[in-house]
Write a protein that binds this ligand. Structure first.
Ligand SMILES: [Fe+2]
Length: 174
């Protein structure tokens, strides 16, 4: 519910469709409580490709599987909503403004507890791209501290946002 509210607020700030944002927020974690084993099994049944990172960290599959379940069980046909659900955990090389709003709502909702959260949320209300760049950077720092791999989808998102003109101007500031 917090993610739905945050996604809706970001949509309001940025002139996006608030209904789509709220719906994606409501349904984004449909598969979050499945075990890793079940996530792999359910993806297998549906013929979803699973990369090496996902096989090692099956919890991240809840995003892509969640989009499938939103379609199958909740009758969601809106590709924009389904994409936002599918990309909410790892990001992707291509992200629409709605994808970003839901990704940021998930990363920055008030239940998350890390020092940069409040500042990043304020930034997200003003500038989605800049907030994506900084939030992705914060998650890379997090992975680096944990010594874990970075998902190829997240690496692709980092590259995509780093290539924005704003990034070129402010490169090196974090
Ligand atoms: Fe999630």
């Amino acid at each position: 519910m917090r993610v739905a509210r945050c996604a809706e607020l970001l949509a309001q700030h940025h002139g996006l469709d608030t209904t789509r944002a709220r719906l994606a927020g409501m349904l984004h974690d449909l598969a979050r409580l499945y075990s890793g084993e079940r996530l792999l099994e359910e993806c297998g049944i549906r013929g979803l490709s699973v990369n090496e990172f996902e096989r090692k960290n099956p919890v991240v599959l809840h995003a892509r599987l969640g989009a499938e379940i939103a379609r199958e069980r909740f009758g969601v046909k809106d590709a924009a909503v389904l994409a936002a659900i599918a990309k909410h955990t790892l990001g992707d090389a291509e992200m629409s403004a709605l994808d970003c709003a839901v990704y940021l709502a998930d990363a920055l909702e008030p239940g998350r507890d890390y020092p940069e959260r409040a500042g990043l949320w304020e930034l997200a209300c003003r500038d989605l791209d800049e907030a994506m760049r900084r939030t992705l950077a914060a998650s890379l720092d997090h992975y680096a501290r944990k010594g874990g791999d970075v998902a190829p989808q997240t690496a692709a998102a980092v590259r995509a946002f780093a290539l924005s003109p704003k990034e070129a101007q402010t490169a090196g500031t974090y």
